[in-house]
Design a protein around this ligand. Structure first.
Ligand code: ZN
Length: 213
């Protein structure tokens, strides 16, 4: 199976579905990560959070901990991701080239403009595809204003450690959000795991899925 995970920023994908991607790699599936931004970023007060090269390195290091070697960054501007024909075409070209069986992206009712536009652009670009899933928003990778409906669960008990390690590779984010961030990620995974009777899980909302009998 080929799985395409699309996120606005480096760390969004790892936070929301890193355990699932690492498990997919362990089970010999092909995984591609697509980051819509990918350059360095600044705070609202113009303080540099990470430089361009730090951003690239953090994304590559985090992906490689999950076992993912296929990572593409589109280098749109952080905080200014458009819902535009350009971005939709960029994503569509990658979908045509990679030909995924499953696509993961942000929850559409997120509150971060980059996440919302990435989600909408992905939905437009994948309009002729089946098996589209929205990953659960979790800070700082997303906060919803409409309840997220967990519909598809993925047992990540075997890969929770890789997920947490991949987030530690995002050094600038860890510095910004502290260890409480990782504790919250682990707690969420534990909570979702408890809902399905396993140690740790991630969950997704289904946009469209195909019953393959
Ligand atoms: Zn983000």
């Amino acid at each position: 199976m080929r799985i395409l995970a699309i996120g606005a920023h480096g760390d969004d994908i790892e936070l929301a579905c890193g355990g699932t991607l690492a498990k997919a790699i362990n089970n010999q599936h092909e995984v591609k990560m697509l980051v819509v931004t990918g350059k360095g970023s600044k705070s609202h007060k113009d303080v540099i959070i990470r430089t361009d090269s730090e951003a690239r390195k953090e994304v590559e290091d985090a992906a490689s901990i999950l076992g993912v070697t296929d990572v593409t960054s589109l280098n749109y501007d952080d905080t200014n991701v458009p819902y535009s024909i350009d971005l939709i075409s960029d994503i569509e070209n990658i979908i045509i080239e990679f030909n995924p069986d499953m696509i993961f992206t942000h929850f559409v009712f997120d509150t971060h403009q980059d996440h919302i536009r990435t989600a909408h652009s992905t939905l437009s670009a994948s309009r002729r595809r089946n098996n589209i899933y929205l990953y659960e928003p979790i800070n700082p990778s997303g906060q919803g204003y409409v309840a997220f409906r967990p519909q598809l669960y993925s047992d990540i008990s075997s890969t929770i450690e890789k997920k947490i390690s991949s987030l530690q590779a995002h050094k600038s984010q860890l510095k910004k959000y502290s260890n409480k961030w990782l504790e919250a990620v682990e707690a969420r995974a534990k909570y979702r795991g408890y809902e399905i009777g396993v140690d740790y899980a991630e969950c997704f909302e289904i946009v469209r899925t195909e019953l393959d009998l």
